[in-house]
Design a protein. Sequence first.
Length: 800
Amino acid sequence: MRAPEVALCPAAVVRVAAFPLGRVQALAEPELAARARAADPWDMSSWTSYCEAYAAAIERSRGRLWASTADDPAFMRALTLGNPELAASAASTVRSPRNKRVRHRETSLYRHLARAVARPEPNGMWAGVALARVGEGEGVSCRPATPRCAFAPDLAPFVAMFAALAARPEVQARARYKLNPTIRVDAGGAAFRLPGDAALRRVAPAPALMRAIAALRAAAPTFTRDEAADVLAAANFPAPARVEVVDLLVAQGVLVGGLRFPARFTSPWDALEQAARALSPADAAAWRAAALDLRAQCEALGESAPTMAPAALASALAAAGARVGALASALGLGEIERPRVALRCDTTAPLDIALGRDLAATIAATAAELTGFTAHLGMGGALGPALVDRWLGAAGRDLAGFEPPPLLRDQVTLATWEGLGEELGPELAARAAAWAERLTTCEGDELVTPAPPAGGGDTPMGCLLFTIGRASGAARGGVAVQADASHAAVSSAGGPASLGQAGARIDAGRLVLRGLVRDATPAFARCAALLEPEGGPVTRWLCEQYARVAEVTGVDQAALGFAHACPNVQASPRFVPHLVDLWAADGEAVDLRGARVERDARTGAPVCRVPGRARAVAIHGFTAAQPPDDPCQYLLLVSSMRTPPQIPRGDRLGFRAEAESRRHSPRVRLPGGAVVRTRRSVLVGDDLKQWIDAAPGPARFAAWQRLAAERGWPELVLVHRDAEPPLLVPRDAPLAVEAMSEGAGGSACITVEEFIDDAWICTATGERHVAELALSVVRPALLARLGAAVAADQRLADCA
């Protein structure tokens, strides 16, 4: 029996915005918008009347904005956690008259509100997460669940304290080091990279340096400073010089490692305990005492924060910050730089959700259809392999002395698919030309793609990011979500019920796809400690799939360890046993001396090979954290098809034809019904200048409305200014347009994209919340083909 194209994880991560979409929709002024489209600045009487109406509309909108933000304790709690300075200033702002200071404050509040209702990514109290069981019952069931808040310390100050302790001589003496794995020695001397340094460092060929490198290269993978000095002694270095040479090699970056804050941990508490075990007994005692106190504070906050007054929450956060400062003093470190908020918070959505067997079948079929579309027709199916080819070349790349290809080092705002095609090869260029023609010749609002061939995909695993389209009758019936003081909870008039039983609540045939990404784990890893603190079906399934991939392909799967500016996001279950860490001298990590990334001759997949290691390695970033600007770490991640972040994200790229067109590009959907690209307009050049140059206020709103009418913008749009995150804007809301356009004078490109109304979590009072799903998938058919190629020792193409 043929293996299925796609198999689904037993549960999806559901991310739900904590605040309803209606808070932004309520700012719309449709009557004013109609007047703005017809307003003539040369007709003094009508223009004056329009300006008066505009001022009145702004005042009405201001009242709604303040009521939805500063006057709402739940919003202010979320803001206190995310931006305490803005929360404090908003609470103390005198709202009238509307001077420049108040206007800026309102712009900030609107932007926070718009992101709070439209972006359900886990972030403090702005959104909650839940697991939706897949393949249980029929339709979609949604029942109430008790929400939970989990607080934990921001690890950044602990990383700083740990680094300061690691710099002490007594700590350095027991720390372990290794030869920099990026070092290359030739007649011109030594060339190597340093952590976070994009430039290759070169050292002249001093005989003593070359001898020391050769001796340490033949030594054990890791060593202490004393052990390194012993290696130099065996290489006949004189006694007085050995310690000085080792110190110099460490200072110059020829030796890397030392004591470093953990980069692989399951939770912030796990990270703190791992760090404590590496400290001296006295320092560890102070460290653990602080962690114990903070844990007690966090557990208390987890119970009380959802109903606390914002000012009380701010005081509790300040107390936690003071405890972190006290630890620094106890360790003899004095003042350290601390984050604006000492604690981070994750919350669960108060929902118990199950996706029925019928919807699971639709999702699996859609994922398979999207896989075929991407592989054979989509831009991403050509872009990923082209980037890998550019990075690896024909023969692969050595880690030692690696220099990245000069491809768009700066993320060019106006980069287009056609431009990338010119840079990256004929396949991408051909697809760009084909899609530009499809988009510009389509007369309707929606374009249905050609039916893609079955099969495809270049990685055995991935993650489908999507939302469930809202049925047209959703506002009139179905399961309701009852909002309590902190979050929403599900209820219905007759008690908990299936959405399918209660009415046409979910249109399961209309999925809105955000993408099928190659990384299967980041969406879950971010919240795994909250959703499955003791492990669970999702964790087990992911571990089993990676073990299966390793077994079938003969390639070990490994996690990449690295330091990150926001260490909390690196928390993750241990999905695989192997670790690769370029800069740490961890005895657990794979020895990278002589490492090389190249394509496997049989499967064509990129892999990392290390001399003396029987099995190749595929190196993954299992969390959402991106390594710092480090070409060597990017090279290692190419082995799992994670392409380097050298270009704008695919959903931010447009086509030249879109910039030249004066109409909205059509929505694109698959034959099965799922939307893969939303309608959008690209504003550049004169069109953008005419709007931005209009005087702020009534004139700019009128110019915006004329553009909206000309290009057919819907009532809700997402506005992308250059590379900034998108902002939700009701087309007819003057206050929102003011907030969106403030500071836009320097923008080179603005993209206006439709916001498909996918707020399918509905409250008892009719308020709707945006929610999206992340569902890990595996491709059994592709895995079977890879296994056949490996077993037969043949090229994958010959085993098709």
